[in-house]
Design a protein around this ligand. Sequence first.
Ligand code: NAG
Ligand code: NAG
Ligand code: NAG
Ligand code: NAG
Ligand code: NAG
Ligand code: NAG
Ligand code: NAG
Ligand code: NAG
Length: 484
Amino acid sequence: MRFPLAATSVILAVLWALALVQSLDFQFPNFTESDRDQLILTPDISNIAHTAIQVTPDSNGFSMVNRAGRVLYRWPFRLWSNGGKNASFNTTFVLNIKRQTASSGEGLAFILTADRDVPDGSKGQWLGIVNSTLNGSKEARTVAVEFDTGQSFPDDLDDNHIGLDVNSVYSRTSVSLNDRGIYLSKGKDVTVDVRYDGKNLTVFVDKDMKNPVISEHLNLSDYLPENVYVGFSGSTSNNTQLNCVRSWEFIGSEIKDSKLRWVWILVAVGSVLILLISIGIALFLYRKRGCQVDRLEDAYPNIDEAILGSSTAPRKYKFKELSKATELAGTPGYMAPESILTGRATTETDVYAFGVLVLEVACGRKPGGQTKRDDYISNIVHGLWELYRRGTILEGADPRLDGIFKNEEMECVLILGLACCHPNPNDRPSMKTVLQVLTGEAPPPDVPAERPVFMWPPKPPSFKEWGNSIIGGELSPFSEISGR
Ligand SMILES: *[C@@H]1O[C@H](CO)[C@@H](O)[C@H](O)[C@H]1NC(C)=O
Ligand SMILES: *[C@@H]1O[C@H](CO)[C@@H](O)[C@H](O)[C@H]1NC(C)=O
Ligand SMILES: *[C@@H]1O[C@H](CO)[C@@H](O)[C@H](O)[C@H]1NC(C)=O
Ligand SMILES: *[C@@H]1O[C@H](CO)[C@@H](O)[C@H](O)[C@H]1NC(C)=O
Ligand SMILES: *[C@@H]1O[C@H](CO)[C@@H](O)[C@H](O)[C@H]1NC(C)=O
Ligand SMILES: *[C@@H]1O[C@H](CO)[C@@H](O)[C@H](O)[C@H]1NC(C)=O
Ligand SMILES: *[C@@H]1O[C@H](CO)[C@@H](O)[C@H](O)[C@H]1NC(C)=O
Ligand SMILES: *[C@@H]1O[C@H](CO)[C@@H](O)[C@H](O)[C@H]1NC(C)=O
């Protein structure tokens, strides 16, 4: 059971690392059911039908009146970074808006937003961009290029215009398409190009690249968080229309200064190595069963005594003793303290090895002591735990990263690493929790300020894992010791 678990986690780590490296580029020449898992669709409102995105319901059994929806690309786009860099992007999409009532209503928009969910009460004039609370507020964190087909309030230019909206439905610039002979709500395909070069946002319609409809200086980092979702919002009122997007292409530049990415790539590669090594060890043990254990016992004659004594009282081990033993076993640093006593690898020892690997990569140094004499402090886990106790864990980060990372992210990585290297196997997080932390779904586990001493047999867990289908969360039995 161990290997499938390890393999799953490695594959996830690799996929995750790869997802981070890619710049955000995608192409939907049309939309089919198979594209659903690449998109976030507002439930019961937005849909994929007739090879297009229906941002608000098409007539199929749903009321089309007074609806608001959003359809976003599932993975966020990194727009800017602490280092003062702006991303740039080019996107091209084909809209098809078809009026269903005497007057069309209300409109469709291309949006960059912090929020996946369409705001409550953003139907009608709000175009799914903001609602009356969010309108004009910094909390909206949404920039939109609107294709407005309803003149819904006095400020609105007409019922056929493009506008640039920043945290508001009030357009800082709006341009009617009437003069160009383009009518948005007549069920015709309208091709739109939006370009952002880090300074200016420019909108072209129907491939007229000489005469932009809008070209406006805009510092997106003033209004939007670092990571935004891109996609479309739309709404209807008592006046309805089909808000379709027929195709969509997006090319976003990569911001290269987050060196933390390399940490993840190395962790992923390292995980593969750990997997290979543990398979290797398993094969080796399989062939030479018994032999290995005998040799370990010869070299460390007290081991049986220790294990026997353990049934009455937990015993503390000095780090020196353990590190000696670790060297004997031949893989210093990556081996969890208990594996010296049990002589076997478990899910918990894998988590320990993973933790050491994470710390090794994030701190940019070897896991073991650099010198024999100073082994305790120069051991990566002990050294970092000491920094953590003093509240200066970030000092442990690889100096070669030049501090170019988000402090919270680095802190999260380092604390996760420590949690995996908890001396008590029962207190190490499961691989499932590790993945949740890595993907930002869960905060890093609680880690005691003082590194607990290693005891055997281990104490029961001091915290409970949530969720029931824990990958590797079930403690592996250590019964082999007594059964031998
Ligand atoms: C959608 O696009 C794909 C890829 O270009 C193409 O193979 C497929 O035939 C298209 N489907 C429809 C229904 O147009
Ligand atoms: C966007 O298009 C312009 C003009 O073709 C090009 O110069 C620029 O490099 C493109 N940007 C990206 C991110 O591809
Ligand atoms: C506006 O949207 C926010 C976020 O969805 C929500 O908390 C708020 O209640 C909404 N305001 C109105 C008037 O619906
Ligand atoms: C929305 O907010 C803008 C300020 O950003 C304001 O000028 C406009 O009147 C508001 N619109 C509505 C309909 O309240
Ligand atoms: C950006 O837009 C301004 C007008 O708002 C224009 O003067 C300037 O030339 C544009 N810069 C670029 C690089 O397109
Ligand atoms: C980022 O945007 C700001 C404001 O729009 C601009 O002054 C700055 O030069 C841009 N940075 C890069 C690297 O393009
Ligand atoms: C753009 O916004 C960022 C973040 O708010 C700011 O640091 C930078 O100075 C701005 N650039 C310009 C030219 O306004
Ligand atoms: C929408 O229609 C309903 C029912 O016909 C009516 O009560 C309501 O006033 C209309 N709303 C607007 C803004 O016209």
